[in-house]
Design a protein around this ligand. Structure first.
Ligand code: NAP
Length: 487
């Protein structure tokens, strides 16, 4: 099946942090793949910016090695012709005059400034872009997470960026929203008559969202120890997924129609604070163990001073106080050094009200809609059918498998491919609006405060296990279990 590519106009895309991990692992490979598919118009320029003293040729040489596996040599060579480099320090004046002049050479181009640096630099970078009036014309800025470490610091960043870029020019990226499965959730929910009548507390028993990683913190320990799992994963990615499951049908896919509905969900989250955090949340921290096929050190061993109360695992039970979702728990869990790398949403439906089958037929299982974001993006709907053939009426629970790669024979684009081109198109539907970020922090801040006030350290768990046993207890107390397929 051939893919359709919507054309975009010529653009200049500047990656601040162009030599960083994210740029090399995600942004530049995504751009190269779009180039390979002919989606980057001639004349477009991609410019890496960092302090390292490199020139265009030096940067291209580094990229040639880093991107060798992404495309064939000829395609890579052609792509690199569109790539340049400027050595700049976000905090120093040197070089900015020449940089501004170079960007100004193509005033008709869409200009994208992708801030793939530590958020502490966002204010300096935006200030300088404003000083050189590079925020004018068709200019857009992309902000990587984390946007702050609480509501107050998020506001500081958003205020400073907002002095230079209008909200309509500001793209706060959450790459989970660019994933094929998340798009498909929209198609399933709002493109079928089948699901929406059941999509409420009358028919849905609970929802689970799991984002499990096998890796530890590794070289990102410095950043991570300052953040922890709640800030790194729950406040942004997992709440955004929760919103996509729980939002009311928007009137269209217009950016504000979707974002207004997500905001209402965030504002309806039931508070978790000192009064209930001990019952509704579990924090964990990994210890040495066997994970990722090897013996790995514990979290504290990876830190310089070997001391920390930062959580590398969190499980929590969230609630949404509105008519559709009252009484339906949303169980969220995420962690590092877990047994499998898996991100998925499980929508578990209520059991049938009465079984007509006798015990020889076997037990009736709940219908579950499982949306897998990674690996193997796809959707499975678990149904009960009769075991085929003779032997009486025996029930079987089978998945109706809608795995995209197999079903459509199309290679899945990486989320960054879609999102980067959405920025060029000026389409912010899949990006977070400022008020969403604020609402998410307003919910997360009291959890962080409750943990800090309790003075309790996170519960230890062995690397390669599914977190502390209290996480299992959190859901089993309610007579439910974490989805076994992911485990
Ligand atoms: P990184 O590997 O540490 O890269 C940081 C980049 O910023 C480097 O290119 C660095 O180059 C540049 N830089 C640092 N100080 C600078 C300055 N004063 N002026 C100009 N450039 C400067 O970080 P990363 O992992 O790529 O992450 C970048 C951002 O994306 C962070 O906000 C991170 O939280 C976010 N993020 C990363 C990932 C990921 O998987 N890596 C995932 C999600 C979000 P020089 O030192 O040469 O200047």
């Amino acid at each position: 099946m051939t893919a359709n590519f919507a054309p975009v106009e010529a653009f200049d895309l500047v990656i601040f942090g162009g030599t960083g991990d994210l740029a090399y692992r995600k942004l530049l490979p995504a751009l190269l793949r779009r180039h390979a598919d002919g989606q980057i118009p001639a004349g477009s320029r991609i410019v890496g910016v960092a302090r390292e003293a490199l020139d265009d040729a030096g940067y291209r040489k580094q990229l040639q090695a880093a991107l060798a596996d992404v495309a064939d040599a000829k395609t890579l060579e052609a792509f690199l012709q569109q790539v340049g480099y400027r050595s700049l320090d976000a905090r120093k004046d040197a070089g900015w005059d020449a940089f501004a002049e170079m960007i100004g050479e193509q005033p008709e181009h869409v200009r994208v400034f992708y801030l793939s640096t530590s958020p502490e630099l966002f204010v300096d970078i935006c200030g300088r872009l404003g000083h050189y009036r590079l925020n004018e014309g068709k200019a857009r800025v992309v902000l990587e997470k984390p946007i702050g470490r609480n509501l107050a610091s998020a506001n500081q960043i958003n205020d400073a960026v907002g002095q230079v870029f209008d909200e309509s020019q500001t793209f706060r990226i959450d790459h989970y929203l660019g994933k094929e499965t998340v798009q498909n959730l929209l198609a399933l929910r709002f493109g079928n008559a089948l699901f929406e009548p059941l999509w409420n507390n009358g028919h849905i028993d609970h929802v689970q969202i799991t984002v499990a990683e096998t890796v530890g913190v590794g070289h990102r320990a410095g950043y991570y120890d300052h953040a922890g799992a709640l800030r790194d994963m729950v406040q942004n990615h997992m709440l955004q997924l929760l919103c996509m499951v729980a939002m009311e049908p928007p009137s269209s896919l217009a950016p504000d129609a979707v974002r207004d509905e997500k905001l209402k969900v965030l504002n309806s989250l039931t508070p978790v604070d000192d009064s209930n955090a001990a019952q509704l949340t579990v924090r964990g921290q990994y210890r040495a163990g066997n994970a990722d096929g090897q013996h790995v050190p514990g979290y504290l061993d990876e830190l310089k001073d070997g001391k920390s109360n930062t959580e590398t695992f969190v499980a929590l039970k969230a609630g949404i106080a509105n008519w559709r979702w009252a009484g339906v728990p949303f169980y969220l869990r995420t962690g590092k050094r877990l047994p499998n790398r898996v991100s998925e949403i499980v929508v578990a439906f209520k059991p049938v009200p009465h079984s007509i089958f006798d015990s020889s037929a076997g037990t009736l299982a709940q219908n579950r809609l499982v949306l897998r974001l990674q690996p193997d993006e796809g959707v499975k709907l678990w149904l009960t059918i009769k075991h085929p053939g003779p032997g009486g009426l025996r029930l079987r629970h089978v998945p109706l498998d809608m795995s995209f790669a197999e079903a459509f024979g199309v290679q899945q684009p990486d989320a960054y491919e879609r999102l980067l081109l959405d920025v060029v198109r000026g389409n912010p539907t899949l990006f977070m609006r400022r008020d969403e970020v604020e609402a998410a922090w307003r919910w997360a801040d009291p959890i962080l405060a409750a943990w800090a006030a309790s003075g309790e350290p996170p519960r230890p768990y062995t690397a390669g296990t599914w977190g502390p046993s209290a996480s299992v207890a959190l859901i089993e107390r309610d007579g439910r279990t974490w989805n076994e397929d992911s485990e």
